[in-house]
Write a protein that binds this ligand. Structure first.
Ligand SMILES: Nc1ncnc2c1ncn2[C@@H]1O[C@H](COP(=O)(O)OP(=O)(O)OP(=O)(O)O)[C@@H](O)[C@H]1O
Length: 218
């Protein structure tokens, strides 16, 4: 039962309905592009899936286990979110990369970290540099490497190439597709770029009015 199941999710903010009876079954592995106009609840859906927010009604289960039966830390190790505004911890680049293993008490895989940084066109970035001194695009890619080091089974990507130049954008796409094929994980990737959606996905979702109005192969 290698699936993430979303069942009848409802979410409102005040009198605004953001998710309205949204259900879906997500296989692992799978590559999903999530499209939809601004303000349609894409980020809200991903934030609920990694339990940064709570739905008003409905359930989520992963490999047959309800989200209610798994503690948040264990859940987020399996289902991780990379936000649009990349969140950096205080300290150096290396501190940021190491955090994940410290948090989850696993060994820091320095070889993998170097490999990821190189694949993200960051091989020349000084690991002693303070995270506050990084550019937006550097922060975004360090945040991505930090998440991949956790090897989540489901990676939730919120417009992660939005602040990148073309070369870095393609580097991120290549890395995530190669990683997905090799590890057999799933990603759900929010993008406003239809061409990118077609390049990166095998399944496309279109969200509108709080529901998935399209769900098909790409
Ligand atoms: N914490 C919150 N409190 C109140 N309203 C919120 C909150 N978070 C999101 N919203 C509202 O919910 C709606 C959906 O927001 P969300 O960020 O999920 O949309 P989105 O589809 O990801 O948009 P975009 O493509 O612009 O990133 C928006 O109208 C937003 O203003």
């Amino acid at each position: 039962m290698n699936i993430l199941e979303i069942s009848k999710l409802y979410k409102t903010y005040g009198d605004q309905t953001i998710l309205n009876d949204l259900s879906a079954t997500i296989s692992i592995p799978e590559r999903i592009a999530l499209l939809g106009k601004s303000g349609q609840g894409k980020s809200t859906l991903l934030r609920i899936l990694c339990r940064l927010e709570t739905q008003d009604l409905g359930g989520i289960s992963f490999q047959g286990r309800s989200y209610l039966d798994m503690d948040v830390k264990e859940w987020r190790k399996k289902i991780s979110y990379v936000s649009q505004q990349s969140y950096m911890l205080q300290g150096s680049v290396e501190d940021n990369l190491r955090t994940v293993s410290q948090l989850h008490r696993t060994d820091f895989d320095i070889a993998l970290a170097k490999q990821l940084m190189a694949a993200l066109n960051l091989e020349h970035l000084d690991w002693n540099k303070s995270s506050s001194e990084l550019s937006g695009g550097e922060k975004q890619r360090v945040a991505l490497a930090r998440t991949l080091l956790l090897k989540p089974e489901v990676i939730l990507l919120d417009e992660v190439t939005a602040s990148l130049d073309m070369e870095s954008k393609y580097a991120v796409e290549t890395l995530l597709i190669d990683w997905q094929r090799e590890k057999g994980n799933t990603f759900i990737w929010i993008t406003h770029d239809l061409e990118q959606a077609e390049r990166i996905s095998n399944r496309i979702w279109f969200i509108e009015g709080g529901s998935l109005v399209e769900d098909g192969e790409s």
